[in-house]
Design a protein. Structure first.
Length: 317
């Protein structure tokens, strides 16, 4: 039954993330990078979809999300069907020689870092039979309500993480809890999984910014070496932190192709606004600072870019 939950999680996020293929023309990236970006975009879009569904009184059922995701995937395939066949023919030749490139081995190493991170968090999360403190129990109550009632609108204010508290993290966990019989397992496993995806996201973010695979690998190793992002483990902040890296990736892509990346760039920010409320202001500040960095890098000298980047890193910290 737990395997069903994992398959459902990736099926929903990746198919919903194919919205990027519908909005972006001539998306230049390798196959693995596109797969991770689709997953990250889907993870950000699901809470936004859930808000729309809730307003329309559509049940927040995992089968509804999966059906909409399949429709998006079908649309993306139909839109890109001409280039898709050509890419399939060229990819069959490139796969045979890809193992000889540095990109292949770096990507493989990043996947190893991701797997080690995931195993570390899973072993720690399931080493005891309880949550860390009162916050995860509050989230669990809302997750169970969403899973049972297929809506986050409650007739009463039960715990501090009920509506009007932003519901992004609770929505994702509540929908996934419908695919198994344990809210406890759902929250621990998928929180660990989402956090671990920060490592490959950071690799592709750094590669987009620096255009240097060595620097990108070093950035992924730095994030891998951090034992935990914040003190809480089962907490909505982790969900936002992962989307935050996806947001920065989209912004980096906007620098090189602003028109093509403008529409999908709204997905991660919109998803973040449906999650942990204390991070909304930080996202707005990051948009401002990234814009200043882009301006400095295009019009001013490298020293100004370094100064703005330093302030941005301190703000993020």
């Amino acid at each position: 039954m737990y395997w069903q939950s994992i398959i459902c999680f990736f099926a929903i996020t990746i198919t919903v993330g194919s919205l990027v293929d519908l909005l972006v023309r001539d998306w230049k990236a390798d196959g693995l990078e596109k797969l991770f970006v689709r997953f990250g975009a889907g993870l950000a879009v699901v809470p936004v979809m859930a808000v729309v569904f809730n307003l329309l009184q559509i049940p927040l059922d995992y089968r509804v999300f999966l059906a909409v995701g399949l429709l998006m995937l079908t649309g993306a395939i139909l839109k890109n069907r001409q280039s898709f066949s050509a890419k399939c023919r060229s990819s069959s030749r490139s796969i045979k020689s890809s193992w000889r490139t540095k990109s292949f081995w770096y990507a493989l190493l990043v996947l190893v870092l991701f797997a080690v991170t995931l195993l570390m968090y899973l072993r720690g999360a399931f080493a005891y039979t309880y949550f860390e403190d009162t916050d995860p129990w509050g989230y669990a109550a809302v997750v169970d309500y969403i899973g049972e009632n297929k809506t986050f609108s409650a007739p009463y204010y039960s715990v501090q993480y009920s509506e009007p508290y932003t519901q992004g993290y609770q929505i994702v966990m509540g929908v996934l809890s419908q695919t198994n019989d344990s809210v406890y397992w759902t929250m621990k496993f998928f929180t660990a999984l989402i956090i671990s995806f920060g490592v490959p996201f950071m690799y592709y973010l750094a590669r987009s910014l620096s255009r240097d695979e060595d620097i990108a690998l070093l950035a992924a190793i730095f994030l891998f070496s951090v034992p935990a992002w914040v003190s809480h483990f089962v907490f909505s902040l982790h969900f936002n932190m992962t989307i935050f890296v996806v947001l920065l990736y989209v912004l980096a892509r906007m620098i090189s192709a602003p028109r093509e990346q403008a529409h999908p760039s709204a997905d991660p920010p919109a998803g973040s606004l449906r999650d942990e409320p204390s991070r909304v202001g930080q996202f707005e500040h990051c948009w401002l600072w990234v814009g200043m960095i882009v301006y400095a890098s295009l019009l001013v000298n490298h020293f100004s870019t370094a100064v703005h980047a330093t302030f941005f890193i301190l703000l993020f910290w």
